[in-house]
Each structure stands twice: as structure tokens, then as C-alpha cells.
Design a protein around this ligand. Sequence first.
Ligand SMILES: *Cc1c(COP(=O)(O)O)cnc(C)c1O
Length: 367
Amino acid sequence: MSKDIRVPFLDLRVADEERATLLAAVDRVLRHGRIVLGPEVAAFEGALADYLGTPFAVGVNSGTDALILGLRALGIGPGDEVILPPLSFVASANAVSLVGATPVFADVGTDLTLDPTSAEALAGPRTRAIMPVHWAGLVCDMTSIMAIAERHGLYVIEDTSQAFGARLNGRMAGTFGDIGTFSMNCMKVLASLGEAGALCARDAGLREKLEVLRYHGLVNRETCVAVSHNGRLDTIQAAMLLERLRTFPQLVARRRDNAAFYDRQLAGAVAVPYRRGEDSHVFYTYTIQTGRRDGLKDYLAAHGIETKIQHLPLLPEQPVYADKVRGHWPTASRLMQQTLCLPVHEKLTPQQREYVAAKVLDFLERS
Ligand SMILES: *Cc1c(COP(=O)(O)O)cnc(C)c1O
């Protein structure tokens, strides 16, 4: 096999056929001129709600804003604690902190998602919510997490930024708890061509509250009833997302096919990603675990294969949180010395994925 193969972790260029579709969608917005919360925003929200099977969805400008607005809509703020995993993008913990609440860190299981037992052990008098993160694209053990929330009277806010489209027992990730939040930034599985996000909720009564909080707490052009900021979803992004939602099933199928290929090649040599049943994973990342992670990463880089370690440091070990937080996360600390994300995106060619698997095995067989 050629030594010149290069395998990027992601490739955000848009292929010709899709580019024509997206440009036509943008062109429609430019012609009708309803740029602020234009008709494509409502259309995308409707399509999302249909896809998720929720009473409504609200489009916002990022996954971070979705978390902040979701927490605020539930009235979570100063004096409250929110239990979340130590393994996430910093946005999860920062959103909790930005609403004035305190993040408390439970551990993860070997599947790298929130360990329900560890989360329950941290529930105390100040705890108001659990924030499971559907890490890497795998839906968490929502059956156990919802049971814990029920026992302790806690809200559940699902950070579904990485797992749009994942399913557990026929139900979409993000629709188990009180609020589901999504990021559609340009790197996510369902991606805008910039920044975008959304929320869904079980309770239809939260819709108006979320829409008011999304734009400066204004109930009409003049009247402000809550302190908030501008978190509106851009109409041009909504127009492109609407197109991408149509082809999303094929895109996820390609990621799952790449993952299944890696499974067949690599199972036995490394720990391959855990699944919680069929369709439970959308492979935002394909995260393997191996005791020889650092050497493997360097070897793959030397052979033109870009990999990532997502994310170190762990949230509670970030300088901004270190020594100031409550919790216990030994499994996360141990496993994060072993994880490596391989390229799994939908544009990988058969030649590229074969090359990646072969190079992983080459390295592990040499010793
Ligand atoms: C990407 C991501 C976010 C933040 O989303 P943005 O749209 O970039 O603000 C939050 N949580 C997790 C787990 C993410 O992966």
C-alpha cells in the first residue's frame, strides 16, 4: 500500500453535489430576505421535532447556548449542584458554572459515559440535576440515569451534542430527560457550516420560556421579562441544516459502516467502542482503548494518519476547576491514558480505512 496515503481526522470540504444543494438553500434565503428567525428556522425546528419525536424543538446559535438556556429554563442557578461526567468538552461544565450553579463530577464506566452508580453517590441536598453526556456518539445508560433522577427528584439535561441520531430502546438520545441539547457546529455529525445548536424538551410548556430566553428575555419587540442574551439560530445555517437533515441517515450509515469495519479488523488487538444495542452509537468519534496509546498515536502520525485524544485534561482537572470541585473519577483518569480517536468520518475511502486498520495492527504486532 502506498506510503503517501494521508488520512485527515475530519474533512469539512463540501463535495460538488451537496455544494449545489446547499448553495440553492442559501440562495432562497438571500432572495426572500427574512434573515432574522426566517422561515427556515421554523422549518428546521419542525423537522427536528419530527425526527426526535418531541413536541417541539428550539434552534439556537450553539450547543453551549443550548445547555445554558436549558439550565436556565429549568430554573437552575446559584446554590444548585449539577452532576456530570469528568469526560466531556469543557462547554458542559462551563454552562453549569455560567448559570451560577456548581458542577460536581461523577465517574464514567468503561464505556466512557456517565456511571449511574457513581452519579447517584454524589446526590445531596443541593443537587438539582444530572447532565449525562452522550460521549463520542454513544447514548448513555438512560434507563438507570432516569431511575436515579426519579428517586432523588432531579432534572435531567442530556448533552447530546455528540450523539444526534443515536437511539436506545427505540428512543432518540436527548429525549429521555427534561431537556435535550444539541450542537450542530461544523464538526458534529449533523453539522452546520458554522455554528448552530438546538434544544428539545418533554414538557411543551417550556417552549415559550426557551424562545423568550433565546432572545434577551423579550416577549415582544419592547418588553423584556428576563435577563438573557442573543442565542438565535442563524437562518442561513438553518436552511443548510434542513438540507443536511434529509441526507443524515445515509451519513450515519457510512460512519457506522466504517466503525463496523474497524471492529472486525481491530477487536482483540484493542478495546473497540462499546454499544448499548443496535443504533445506540453514531460515531462522532471511534474511540479505541490500548495500553500503548501514546506510541500508537506517534506511529500513526508518522504514517500520515491524524488521530485525536478527546479530551484531556479531564474537566475537573482543568486549571479553572482543579482543586475547587467535588467528585470522584478514578476510572476516567485511568481510561483517559488509553483512549485514542481514529478517523471514522463519512468521507473515508475504503482504501483509507484499510490503511488505518493495517497501521494500527502493524504497530501493535511490533514490540
Ligand atoms: C461540541 C460540544 C458542545 C458545545 O457545542 P458548541 O456548538 O460548540 O457550543 C457541548 N458539549 C459537548 C459534549 C460537545 O461535544
